[in-house]
Design a protein around this ligand. Structure first.
Ligand SMILES: [Zn+2]
Length: 385
């Protein structure tokens, strides 16, 4: 079965994050059970979504894991030229939601797994397909929980996010937080008697921006990234009910995307100190005034050394000797490395420049290159790695 046939079916499942992916998973299980491969599913709490883990070849030793997510970002508000959930071919390109990010790789991985089942592998191939990656690597956590206690875990991992088949050894970590600003309501005609929560949030945002400016000017730098320093950014602000009421509540959602040299916990502590200074003047008059933080999502960065076994392996199977790159977007790779100790790198077909956009596409040549890479992976696994 060819990658394109599989991709066409995968695209037709509208597996947007937070919505069911069970039909897609059932299709995948069918393709694998047809060739005698047993799949393990780790379901979401409500059972509408599942991760899939499978091992092809010997079960008693660590192998090479192909990691991909099955969810895609929404299409609402995007101006597509054709139905995003019907694969459309135009010249040497395939259009559809998820072609680049990242059902193209998932289709290649399923094809490779089916071929692997017919070969006499000395080292196993593993598949790890997740859900709800696009909303902060949420779904994969239950797969990590399942693998963590096992004595035999995969030893190498290829995360097939789109890198144009380049080898990527790093991405930034992400920590998302909500600052809840609690003020004191009053009639706006008596505004100085209240404590305006929007003003607290504005003061806090000023501190956030000052810390960003400081990190950009004086912080650690990693020139492998297009933005070579740790970034802070405010994304959502909610507050206020009516113009003639001094608002007593405002929330500000912000995030830190850190390079390996910076510890996000240290940055959060600094921001906590900033928040403390903002509310300090109200301590006596309005003791309930506060800026509280809650972490809403976090995943670690990936920082794989150039001399790691996965890099040498990928150089061999891709035939590339280009210097490894680092990517701007996050992946599940940092979790696989940090939680399970698996040597991990990112390498997959297509380009993230086309991801998340209307008329997302992947070039046929990229899918072919990925198939060739995975054919070579199977050769290596057959010879014992
Ligand atoms: Zn992705």
């Amino acid at each position: 079965m060819q990658t394109l046939d599989i991709l066409e079916r995968l695209i037709a499942f509208p597996s947007v994050s937070r919505t069911p992916n069970r039909d897609l998973i059932a299709y995948t299980v069918q393709l694998l059970s047809d060739v005698g491969v047993t799949c393990e599913l780790m379901e979401s709490e409500d059972g509408t979504r599942a991760n899939l883990f499978a091992t092809i070849g010997p079960q008693d030793r660590p192998g090479v894991m192909l990691s991909g997510h099955t969810d895609v970002v929404p299409v609402e508000g995007q101006n597509w030229s054709s139905d995003p959930f019907i694969l459309r071919r135009d010249a040497a390109r395939y259009y559809g939601r998820g072609t680049a990010d990242m059902k193209g790789f998932v289709a290649c991985a399923i094809r490779a797994a089916r071929l692997a089942s017919q070969r006499d592998l000395k080292t196993p191939l593993h598949l790890a397909f997740s859900y709800d990656e696009e909303i902060g690597c949420i779904g994969v956590r239950s797969l990590l929980d399942a693998l963590e206690p096992r004595s035999i875990k995969p030893s190498l991992c290829i995360v097939g996010e789109p890198t144009g088949m380049a080898i990527a050894t790093g991405h930034k970590g992400k920590t998302a937080l909500r600052a809840t600003c609690t003020g004191h309501a009053s009639h706006s005609a008596l505004a100085p008697e209240g404590v305006n929560a929007l003003h607290l949030a504005a003061d806090f945002m000023t501190c956030l921006r000052a810390r960003q400016a400081d990190l950009a000017a004086n912080g650690a730098q990693d020139d492998a990234y297009s933005v070579p320093y740790t970034t802070l950014h405010a994304g959502i602000m909610h507050g206020g009910v009516q113009l003639n009421i001094v608002p007593d509540n405002c929330t500000l959602d912000f995030e830190i995307r850190n390079i390996a040299a910076d510890d996000p916990a240290v940055i959060v502590e600094g921001l906590r100190a900033d928040a403390g200074k903002i509310v300090a003047p109200y301590r006596d008059s309005h003791p309930h005034v506060a800026i509280d933080f809650a972490e809403t999502n976090t995943y670690p960065g990936l920082e794989t050394p150039e001399d790691a076994a996965i890099v040498a392996f990928l150089r061999d199977v891709t035939g590339s000797n280009d210097p490894a790159i680092k990517v701007a977007f996050g992946t599940e790779g940092g979790l696989f490395h940090n939680r399970l100790g698996i040597a991990t790198a990112v390498c997959g077909p297509g380009h993230m420049a086309q991801g998340h956009k209307p008329d997302e596409y992947i070039d046929a040549a990229q899918l072919d290159a990925c198939d060739r890479m995975l054919d070579r992976v199977l050769d290596r696994l057959e010879s014992g790695l």
